[in-house]
Design a protein. Structure first.
Length: 154
């Protein structure tokens, strides 16, 4: 699969417009790919006086700052890993696709049979509560018929 080169960068910054009562500001990440940007929350907070905008890291040497810097580095490595995987598997990546991959949205799609199996598990748990045992048995028969149909046709 041919892959297209793209510009890719990650920037971490603080959102001073969302300052908490404690004086801390949330740390956000911005993914830029081919001029398209999208922001994501890291779930981290820091005092604005401890933030270095040019390096995108915390400058103080407290233990909390070291932990925050380590977590920022972990976020960066995770974004880069997802970027490489998506580029390798799909051949292209957009900022929104990468953000969704970080959140776990759209990265794993179940097959029809997996969904049917999950449906059966839910129905089995509901025996005697929402539905009768005989209903569950009928669903299982339907699952087997569908499975056999797929084997014959595909």
């Amino acid at each position: 699969m041919q892959t297209n080169r793209s510009t890719f960068s990650i920037l971490f910054y603080i959102n001073t417009s969302k300052t908490k009562k404690s004086g801390k500001c949330p740390i956000l990440g911005r993914i830029s790919i081919d001029g398209e940007n999208t922001a994501f929350s890291t779930g981290l907070e820091i005092l604005p006086s401890n933030w270095d905008a040019s390096s995108g890291k915390v400058v103080s040497k407290s233990s909390e700052s070291l932990i925050v810097n380590r977590q920022i580095e972990n976020h960066k490595m995770e974004v880069e890993k997802h970027y490489r995987n998506m580029l390798e598997n799909k051949g292209f990546v957009t900022a929104e696709m990468l953000k969704n991959a970080l959140r776990g949205i759209g990265t794993h799609q179940n097959t029809v049979m997996q969904e049917f199996s999950n449906f059966l598990e839910e129905k089995e748990k509901g025996i005697g509560i929402k539905n009768a045992e005989n209903t569950y048995i009928q669903y299982c028969k339907g699952y087997q018929h569908f499975k056999n149909f797929l084997k014959e046709k595909l």
